[in-house]
Design a protein around this ligand. Sequence first.
Ligand code: ADP
Ligand code: MG
Length: 684
Amino acid sequence: MKTGGAPPPASAPGIRAAEALGKKLKKIGLHSAADLLLHLPLRYEDETRLTTVADALTGAPAQLELTVLSSEIQFRPRRQLLVRAADESGEISLRFFSFYPSQQAMLVEGAKIRVFGEARDGFSGPEMVHPRWRKIAADAPLPRALTPVYPTTAGVSQSSLQKLIGTALQEAELPDTLPDAWRQRLKLPGFARSLRFLHAPPPEADGDALEARRHPAWRRIKFDEILAQQLSLRRAWLARRQQGAPPLAASGDLAARLVASLPFGLTGAQARAIAEISGDLAQPYPMQRLLQGDVGAGKTIVAALAACQAIDAGWQAAFMAPTEILAEQHYLKLSAWLEPLGVRVAWLTGGLKSKKKREQRAAVAADAQLIVGTHALIQEGVDFARLGLIIVDEQHRFGVAQRLALRQKGDNPHQLMMSATPIPRTLAMSYYADLDVTVLDELPPGRTPIKTRLVAERRRADVVGFVKRQIDEGRQAYWVCPLIEESEALQLQTAEETFARLAADLPGLRIGLAHGRLKSADKQAVMAAFAAAELDLLVATTVIEVGVDVPNASLMVIEHAERFGLAQLHQLRGRVGRGRYASSCVLIYAGPLGPVARQRLKIIFEESDGFEIARQDLRLRGPGEFVGARQSGVPLLRYADLEADADLVEQARSVAEAMLTEHPAQAAAHLSRWLGWREELLKS
Ligand code: ADP
Ligand code: MG
């Protein structure tokens, strides 16, 4: 631990104690003096004023200056040190249930102490239980600032943290990393001033604004924190730009022929997305673009057109999806689109028989032009002949390492990531600032809005009747089984029971069951049968959550909807409403509902816009789960709040861009101040 303070005493126990303290501090992320400086208080206590015993019974914490009258250990009702003390206005009892003999020895008759705590009306007059106290010399001055209360960990006391941070503050120079003119334009106070203020605000400071982190000093610190994140991501973006990639000129006509063969025209949003992507692909550095679009927005065709450009330029495109079902569906759709145009499409999943797998791998290494698959694409032994573009569908389902592995199958291929989990704008700016983002903000025409209903468990029979009527009309339906996160075995059992029960309730219907434990060939057979309308009802676990596209399915039933997360519910609901039929989603819930589950159901019932749902989800859960595996590579925010501080995110983003080019030294200083030892971790 480098505190910059005086060295610890050179005795062995002293060093050991310092080392032990250092270890504990590291546990809360405090590795250096710089870290200590940025370790900010949770709240404050006002020790700048004294109250008298007579005025102490206010229910609020008070500070008293007392003379000890007596102290003794009592055993009833339990062992405690009872200290009687007084000021001119009266007497008070202080009770300590845990104490050291050394402390007892200090609390002797005549000792002057200052105590801080909440007084209450006890058995024998006013008393305080476990007040903070310390012995003082006569006329010891009162502190002139509020006392900070820091986040800490077991074994690190407030007073030692206060001392360490106080020393670090005294010794630090705290130069401002933000150029002065910019700081003034942003109307932010100086860094040093803000930091010193937050560690030791004057007693008259606006306590509410401080606690709510709305004070200008807090805004400055939060801005700096976001700026560090933006700088780090922006730098990663620039670094990748330095790498070379094959420019894939949009010269050929494959894309045009594909568009001409489609039974639909592209939406404006799709056309814009393709134009952006096409421009990126023609550059001599790798594209790193995220294509976002709500479920059903039509991302697949955009990806296919990007693949066309790569193929026309003589390169291979790889298309990776997170599940076998989805990969298969993409394979079927993409080969139906592209094989008639003469494109050689290969197909690689873990489920392939070994002979077939060998054949496909040979094609990948030779003349396949588009390769569709699952994680099988990134396995060893899969060698691409000329990989120029990688497309990752449902990218948030993959870890950083997996995406990296796919990238390494080529020599800096262009990358197109796709996500149907809409991410609120501030979150996207914050966590994906190293990517370029394209949003498909328009659904293909002719979709009928999905009607969502909430139905209590006891009315399950009505739902079954509704399913029957839909199917009688020629539609198909999904029935999603209750989610059991704790146990896969139980999940399977529940799925089988649900299937059996529905088969009994709905005789004569063709019902299939799809769950994660099925062999992949069986799962695919079930999905294919459903897609071909050979099944009326598909009972399934969340394996159908992402991407599955069967336009004739018009009803989605979700049992125990209260157990699902918002993003999951939205994804599941998005499986219907894909054709020209009026669609509905029935959410069966079982009470009693907890407050969060109730909130979630209310949101999914009222909202159909994925971005709005995501925004509310962010409010409900915080950003962690949105960014999933990505999180590890992005500096997290400790102080700023993406919702509340959205304006700061916007500002920091543009400042970061300018700072890296116009003030690189200050940008570097800023990064090392905020990221310090973490910077190494983030470079991966
Ligand atoms: P997602 O963005 O969820 O991946 P898909 O690419 O699966 O969406 O598209 C959903 C459905 O919409 C598919 O059946 C697709 O063929 C169809 N589709 C895509 N674009 C259009 C369009 N411009 N007009 C009509 N239908 C479209
Ligand atoms: Mg999709």
